[in-house]
Every structure is written in C-alpha cells, then in structure tokens.
Design a protein around this ligand. Structure first.
Ligand SMILES: [Zn+2]
Length: 160
C-alpha cells in the first residue's frame, strides 16, 4: 500500500500500546508495526497499485502527487513522537525498495540480494490468507478503498 497507510497504522500501534503497557509496549510496537506491513500490503490487492511507474498516465501522476504529498504531511505532523512507529511500519519498504533496489541500481546488478527481499514473502502470505480478495491493482476506482481506509485510520487516531 501507499506510505501514508503504513504510517497511520504505525501511529495507531504505537499510540495504543505505549499508553497501555509502557515501557514493555516498546517491544510489542516493534513486532506488531513490523508485521502490520504484511497485513496492510495484503489488503493492497483491492487498491490502485501498479507495479511500474506510469509516467504517460495523467491519472497515475495526479494520484501519486496527492498521495505522496499527504504522506509527507502525515510524516511531518506526527513525527514527534511517532517517527519510530511509522518507521518500523514502513521498514520493509525502506529495506526492499530503497536499500536493496537503490544499491542494485548503483551496482547495475538487477539480481543483487534478490533472495533477501521481503515482499516475495508478503506475496506468499497474501496468496495464503487473502486469495479471496479481488485484484483491483490496475483499476482506477481502487483509489476509493485506500482513501476510505486512510479516513478510517485518521478517525481512529483522532479518537485515541
Ligand atoms: Zn510494502
């Protein structure tokens, strides 16, 4: 899913657990925020999420400008104290997309550390538990489920 969705899930996990069982909650936040990525990315099947950038497609560009701007706003607004909850919830994207793929580009080796990517594991998790979800990744209307989820998460954050 989009970075903003992972950020908001990380904020909720940190906010709830730290207030309930601080300081032991720190360990639970780390574990749950990390594995929340598996659940959130599995649900991404019903959201607009094309594998490769679609620079020729105005809809794709407009959507990504909006969703990345919103992610930046959430990141800045909730940075203190939620930077680490957001960071751990997004860690798998940072590791796979930024670290591994970034170094791959620099090294010009498309297979570098391929075995150590985590998203293929998430794909297996999704196939096992969420095969029943429709695949809307290429459907423009699938921006709606992600928008609804973002609103629900924001409401939860407002209430806690
Ligand atoms: Zn991901």
């Amino acid at each position: 899913m989009q970075a903003i969705t992972h950020f908001l899930v990380g904020i909720i996990i940190q906010a709830v657990l730290i207030s309930l069982i601080s300081p032991l909650g720190i360990i639970l936040v780390i574990v749950l925020a990390f594995f929340s990525h598996f659940l959130v990315d599995s649900l991404a099947k019903v959201t607009y999420h094309l594998k490769d950038p679609q620079w020729h497609d105005k809809f794709w560009i407009a959507y990504h400008i909006i969703i990345i701007t919103l992610a930046a706003v959430v990141l800045v607004y909730f940075w203190v104290p939620y930077w680490w909850g957001m960071g751990i919830a997004s860690l798998i994207d940072i590791y796979d997309w930024m670290f591994i793929r970034g170094i791959r580009k620099v090294k010009n080796d498309p297979l570098w550390l391929q075995k150590y990517e985590i998203h293929p594991l998430i794909d297996k998790f999704r196939t096992k538990f969420f095969a029943w979800l429709p695949d809307w990744n290429a459907k423009r209307y699938a921006v709606v489920p992600e928008a609804i989820l973002i609103v629900i998460l924001l409401v939860i954050i407002y209430l806690i």
